[in-house]
Structures are given as C-alpha cells and as structure tokens.
Design a protein around this ligand. Structure first.
Ligand SMILES: Cc1cc2nc3c(=O)[nH]c(=O)nc-3n(C[C@H](O)[C@H](O)[C@H](O)COP(=O)(O)OP(=O)(O)OC[C@H]3O[C@@H](n4cnc5c(N)ncnc54)[C@H](O)[C@@H]3O)c2cc1C
Length: 342
C-alpha cells in the first residue's frame, strides 16, 4: 500500500459539503484530500439526481445538479486537494508522532495520515433499495437500473418505473419523449412525490403517455442475459401480468450506512453525528458537516452543508495552528485570489 503524505485535513465524502470543505481548506492554506466511496465526486447530486434542476443554491436561479457539481469541483480542487475515489473509509486510528499525534484513516487502498478530519459523509455510503426478488442481482445494469444517470440511455425503450416518491414521478415526466413507453407502478395508493408532479403524471396517464398503476409490484424478471420481460402482480387482487419491458428502474429510496464511522466513539443521534456550534464532534480534531450532522435546527440542504463546511474548516485550521484566526476574512480581499486588502 502506498505511503500517503500527512495532510492538514482529510475529508470523508466528496458531495457538495466535502467539495466546499476542500475549497475552504485550500483558501486557508491547509493541505487537504477528499476520500469517497463513489467513483465520481458529487455525492447525492451525481449518484441520485444529476439531471434535476436545483433552485435553492445561492447565486443560481436554477442549476442542473451535475453542472453544480462540475463547478463546485473546479472551485474545490483549484488549490491542489487530492481526490481518492472508489475507496470506502473503514478505519480510524490515532498515532503518536512526537508532535501531538495525528489520525490515520484506513481504506481498502491505503492509509491516509491527517492532522484533522472532516466527516462529510452525507447519509453514509449509500445503496439503493432493491426489489427484493430472486435473482435480481443478475440483471443489474442489464435492464435493471437503480438510478438514472443519463436519460438518453433509455431512448426508444419500454420503461417500467417502480416507486411512489419524487424520483419515480420525476422520471415519469423527464423520460417523456425519450422512452418509447413508460409505466409507473407503486405498491400502495398514496404517493410521496410533490403534488405538482403527481398531477402532471396523472395528466400524462389520462393522455395515454404514462401508464400509472397502484397496488402493483414486480414479481419476477425474465430474459436471456438482460431484462426482456417482467411479471408484475396486483397485491390486492393477486392478478399477474407479464409485460415486454426493456428497462426496469426501481426508485425505492436507499439504505444509508454509516458503517465503520459508527465504531469511532463519536456521539450520534440515529444515523447522524452530533456536532457543536463549531462543527466539532466529541472527539477533538474530528469535525462533521453536511447531511451527516445533527444539532438543534439542522436542515439537510446544500446551502447549510456549505456553511457548515466553512465553519468546520476554519476551526480545524485554528486547531492545527492556534495563530491562524478562525475568521477567514473576505475572499474579495485575498492575495491568494490576486486581490488587494482595502
Ligand atoms: C432527489 C433529491 C433532490 C434534492 N434536491 C435538493 C435541492 O433542491 N436543494 C438542496 O439544497 N438539497 C437537495 N437535496 C439534498 C442534497 O442533495 C443534500 O443535502 C446534499 O447532497 C448533502 O451533501 P453532503 O455532501 O453532506 O452529502 P452527500 O451528497 O450525501 O455526499 C456524501 C458523500 O460521502 C461519501 N461517503 C459516505 N460514507 C463514506 C465512507 N465511509 N467512505 C468514503 N466515502 C463515504 C458518499 O459516497 C457520498 O459521495 C436533494 C436530495 C435528493 C435525494
């Protein structure tokens, strides 16, 4: 395993919060790295809704999730933070170095020494909820998709969406004009999606552009090497139907798993890490920011995650070097951006 250099701040999670933390670390002159289990930066935005517009990020009347990630990554990595993608952080230890000690984060690919840590792990390393039917693993990415990264992938296909939340309803709308046919099934009558989108899908159903069925579930997938047909059943009447389908997209939410992080002696509340006003956990030198944090009044949003990242980094910088002020000053006056103090 490669010996990694000792950094000031190691950030677990390359979602929007982790990215903004990397930017702030660089602006404060601290060395930083991001480690993420996913193969790409962007957290939930890239994994779950890259093609959706976001309307509540300061400065953007509307922005596609994937475009926001692209620009956040450009901003984040401008000072040379390293990224280590496709690596799950599994362990943490403290080592003595004759200089007050430091942490070492352990992943499958290496050991990462660090003076401080910022946990921006969102909802944990997440995994989509499966259909729970026999043999489904065989069809994953072969006609069975747990997320839509590029809608064009479904061009001309007969698509079966499964679920009653925002993602299923959004894709029933957004795959219009791309997919050849769309059916949305949900196991219950009530939906959890936004009212406006539900109305839109009901209207599409009325016009014959999206079949919408409640109390239906997937019973079996069939096909030689890829999904070709799907058997669905009505959980009230027990009626069954086998349909010709090219792509099944279950959008049933996801399990989040804090995994190893839960074993680090951090105070938690449900699956979240408790932090104080400076985003410090109960372990000195370990901060948390973003969706993973819990404190009175917490809002799980991109905007709040960015503010928390800023607070966490500035306090980590001060902890590493007490002469460095917590308050970063104004970027508009900073020499690092070629600006003059006024
Ligand atoms: C469909 C949908 C729409 C949304 N729309 C909006 C919106 O309009 N506006 C808004 O403000 N918010 C929205 N959100 C919420 C927003 O996406 C989250 O608040 C935001 O992603 C939180 O960012 P984060 O960086 O804290 O966590 P995440 O985005 O969850 O990123 C955390 C990262 O940590 C990584 N990770 C976790 N555990 C480990 C580990 N052990 N080792 C390595 N890596 C690990 C994960 O792989 C992940 O990449 C939406 C969410 C969803 C699901």
């Amino acid at each position: 395993m490669a010996e990694q250099e000792l950094k000031d701040i190691s950030i677990i999670g390359g979602g929007p919060t982790g990215l903004f933390a990397a930017f702030y670390a660089g602006m404060r002159g601290a060395s930083a790295r991001i480690i993420d289990a996913l193969p790409a930066l962007g957290g939930q935005l890239m994994a779950l809704y890259p093609e959706k517009y976001i309307f509540d990020v300061a400065g953007f009347p509307k922005v596609l999730a994937k475009d926001l990630v692209r620009d956040m990554a450009t901003q984040a990595l401008q000072f040379g933070a390293s990224t280590h993608l496709g690596e799950i952080v599994t362990g943490l230890r403290r080592v003595e170095d004759g200089n007050g000690g430091h942490f070492v984060l352990e992943t499958s690919d290496g050991d990462y020494p660090s003076r401080t840590i910022i946990i921006a792990a969102g909802i944990g390393a997440f995994e989509a909820r499966k259909l729970g039917i026999e043999g489904e693993d065989r069809y994953e990415e072969k006609g069975l998709f747990f997320k839509v990264l590029d809608p064009k992938q479904f061009e001309g296909q007969r698509v079966l969406l499964v679920g009653g939340g925002d993602s299923a309803f959004d894709w029933a709308v957004n795959l219009q004009g791309i997919a050849k046919s769309i059916m949305l099934i949900h196991r219950r009558e009530g939906f959890r999606a936004h009212e406006a989108t539900i109305s839109q899908v009901r209207e599409l159903h009325r016009c014959g552009q999206c079949e919408l069925r409640t109390f239906w579930e997937v019973k079996a997938l069939h096909g030689n090497g890829k999904v070709e047909r799907v058997t669905i059943f009505n959980n009230k009447t027990k009626e069954e139907e086998t349909l010709e389908i090219d792509a099944v997209i279950p959008l049933l939410g996801f399990h989040s798993d804090l995994g190893a992080i839960q074993q680090w002696g951090l105070d938690t509340e449900k699956a979240d890490i408790k932090v104080d006003q400076v985003m410090s956990t109960n372990v000195r030198g370990i901060y948390a920011a973003g969706d993973i944090t819990s404190y009175p009044g917490k809002l799980k949003l991109i905007a709040t995650g960015a503010a928390e990242a800023c607070i966490a980094v500035n306090n980590a910088v001060h902890l590493i070097n007490p002469k460095a002020k917590v308050n970063p000053g104004h970027s508009s006056n900073m020499a690092i951006f070629g600006q003059k103090d006024d």
